[in-house]
Design a protein around this ligand. Structure first.
Ligand code: AHM
Ligand code: MG
Length: 339
């Protein structure tokens, strides 16, 4: 088999990026390499999930009270393990763990980053072979190095993210990450076991034709949200349509598709859950960062997601995110001034 030497791997790419900054320490490159390694291990298990006795609920319930699948636990341990044993991460927060963890060893206490992640999002889809994903957010610690990280290092507004990304375990496995310099996508090349740059400089189109929302909740959304969804359904060729509805129920896949093709994704609050379902710190914030760097927008219906000052590691937020033009159109229905 011919190996294309012109394709850059994730490691080559991050190292090249670093060369542009003479003062860079390489810690972020290390961190991304560690995350890529954990992703490859999780990918192996996700791929064979139908073959081995790893499917089904573990004998535990996570702190949100939802069933945990065994693969969630496995993924959590992989991401936590590589970050703990690496040299760039001082502590983590995870959907699967109720409080943050300060690694608290001499190397970790002198590392500058903290990472928050959802190790296996969409895990309700594992049993039925639907794409699932990992989401992560990287922040620079705000407390001085040399001591264990504290709560303050984690409860930072999304705008302070240094990098954010996701892995989608799909028909191909991809890792997409953003820094302020851009969004780049890497597809796992099974022949060499490396993530290779396949989607350089991803831009979210200003307009798309896809809207993604759980229609089953329609009558529990607020009236302006219902009015906007109704509008999406009525779009025709005379007013920029037609729109098409796509909703996998696995946010990594739904947002990956909309990022590439253009579209809007909504998980609004409902009458019974006004705060919505999705978690701010490791679901909404990282995607808001990625989509904004790619040219799109993300709000909770009234304010920019990245400006929200968090009060809890696991707090929820409504989420409206996607192509800039579609977000502006939606703002008209929600009574917000378009950006
Ligand atoms: P999870 O973290 O328990 O997997 O839930 C998050 C998932 C998202 O991937 C997805 O967008 C959403 O839940 C779907 O929720 P619903 O089934 O209510 O539409
Ligand atoms: Mg999740």
């Amino acid at each position: 088999m011919m190996v294309n030497r012109n394709v850059r791997t994730l490691d080559e790419f991050t190292i090249q990026q670093m060369r542009d900054f003479p003062n860079a320490t390489g810690e972020l490159s290390n961190l991304l390499r560690d995350i890529g390694l954990a992703a490859k291990r999780v990918n192996v298990e996700v791929n064979k999930a139908g073959l081995v006795d790893i499917l089904g609920d573990a004998d535990m319930v996570n702190i949100q009270g939802e069933d945990v699948k065994k693969l969630d636990v496995y993924a959590n341990n992989q991401f936590m393990g590589v970050l703990k044993h690496g040299i760039s991460c001082a502590g983590i927060g995870s959907e699967e763990i109720d409080d943050f963890i300060a690694f608290d060893d001499p190397v970790s206490n002198n590392s500058k980053y903290v990472v928050m992640f959802d190790p296996l999002d969409g895990s309700g889809n594992i049993d039925v072979n639907v794409s699932i994903g990992t989401i992560f957010a990287v922040y620079r610690r705000v407390t001085p190095k040399g001591a264990p990280v504290t709560r303050e290092d984690f409860l930072q507004a999304g705008i302070r993210q240094v990098a954010a990304g996701y892995i989608v375990y799909g028909s191909s496995t991809m890792m997409v990450y953003a820094t302020r310099r851009g969004v780049n996508g890497f597809t796992l090349d099974p022949s060499i076991g490396e993530f290779s740059l396949s989607h350089p400089d991803i831009r979210c189109p200003d307009f798309g034709r896809i809207y993604s929302v759980n229609h089953g909740n329609f009558f529990r959304y607020e009236k302006p949200v219902q009015a906007y969804i109704d509008h999406c359904q009525r779009k025709d060729k005379h007013n920029g349509g037609p729109y098409t509805q796509r909703y996998i129920g696995s946010m990594v896949s739904d947002l990956h598709r909309n990022l590439i093709k253009g579209g809007i994704f909504m998980y609004p609050g409902t009458t019974d859950k006004p705060g919505g379902k999705l978690r701010l710190m490791y679901e909404c914030n990282p995607f808001a960062f990625i989509v904004e760097v790619a040219g799109g927008r993300a709000t909770d219906g009234t304010q920019r997601i990245l400006d929200i000052v968090p009060t809890g590691l696991h707090q929820r937020s409504p989420l409206f995110i996607g192509s800039r033009g579609m977000m502006d159109e939606m703002d008209g229905f929600l009574g917000n001034d378009p950006d």
